[in-house]
Design a protein around this ligand. Structure first.
Ligand code: NDP
Length: 285
């Protein structure tokens, strides 16, 4: 008999479509770097198969999995517990399996926050948040929990923006208001951080959210959730105006770091993960 162990730790992701999700490349690069005998398996799971996929992960003793669109809300009914943030956000993208119990968390906002903290402390800051989808919701809640002073949510459909503003006001100490996004949105004079949490710019280096570019001032931090391409049109304009740009790769990398900390209790090297993404998407600067 050999002393070698032929059983890898299993992690992965359930979503559909998923062929363009690069998380597997990023996390497996870090597993290899740290010589961790674990796999991250990217699984195409259709909505009708989600219950079976979750049962399968539990049966095969996976230690955890991400779930992305369209499962972030649907997965909740198969879980035993939720983190406080996932409860407020109402969506789960990271599940930890321990002793047969499944706990749901949401790392979208946490990943963004970890990336933001690399350039500023959000406590006491005023934020303009563009968009009111799933990413905006998670980011707004985490910013509120991290002690931002005020969040202005701008969205084409202001009712969706108001739902997020109310979520922040009701569950955190931060204040928040929603404004309708009609024409080029002006960055309010007292804002410190501008965040594009819309899908504008995804896969299109020329697309830019409709914003009054002259209202971007030196000293603003301008963050984009778009990971591909990392150097979005908005970030290029922000940099040209002396703002600090923050790309969407950092959010993606930090989500991976946080997920693996939850699953394995190990902190992966973020630089290794970022390089793996840059090999795929190109560098941001
Ligand atoms: P959703 O579909 O839930 O939300 C999309 C948002 O974008 C909505 O608020 C929508 O506004 C807005 N929007 C779309 N087109 C326009 C436009 N032309 N002008 C103004 N607003 C627009 O998507 P998600 O929130 O899940 O994802 C948003 C982006 O975040 C995606 O591109 C995704 O790739 C990225 N993302 C990045 C992550 C990372 O780790 N870097 C993690 C998660 C997401 P309306 O409500 O008016 O339709």
């Amino acid at each position: 008999m050999s002393d070698r162990i032929f059983l890898s730790i299993l992690t992965g992701s359930f979503s559909t479509p998923c062929a363009d999700n690069p998380t597997v490349a990023m996390i497996e690069a870090a597993y290899r770097h740290h010589e961790i005998d674990a796999r991250y398996i990217n699984c195409d799971v259709k909505p009708d198969n989600l219950a079976d996929a979750v049962r399968g992960a539990k049966a095969m003793e996976w230690v955890g999995f991400n779930c992305s669109l369209p499962h972030k809300v649907a997965v909740i009914e198969y879980l035993d517990a939720l983190s406080d943030a996932a409860k407020i956000i109402g969506a789960v993208n990271c599940v930890t399996i321990r002793d047969g119990r499944l706990t749901g968390d949401n790392t979208d906002g946490k990943g963004f926050l970890a990336s933001l903290k690399g350039v500023t402390d959000p406590r006491g800051k005023r934020v303009l948040l563009l968009g009111a989808g799933g990413a905006a919701r998670a980011i707004a809640v985490e910013l509120g929990l991290a002690g931002t002073a005020h969040i202005t949510v701008a969205n084409r459909d202001p009712a969706k923006g108001e739902i997020i503003a109310a979520l922040v006001r009701d569950n955190t100490k931060s204040d928040a208001t929603a404004i309708p996004w009609k024409g080029a949105v002006e960055v309010p004079g007292d804002v410190d951080i501008v965040i594009n949490a819309t899908s504008v710019g995804l896969g299109d280096k020329d697309a830019i959210p409709e914003i009054a570019l002259d209202s971007l001032k030196k000293g603003h931090i301008v963050a984009d959730v778009i990971p591909n391409p990392p150097r979005t049109h908005l970030l290029r304009e922000a940099k040209a105006r002396g703002c600090t740009p923050l790309d969407g790769l950092g959010m993606l990398v930090n989500q991976g770091v946080i997920g693996v900390e939850l699953w394995l209790g190990k902190t992966l090297d973020a630089a290794v993960m970022k390089r793996a993404l840059q090999d795929i998407f190109g560098a941001a600067d």
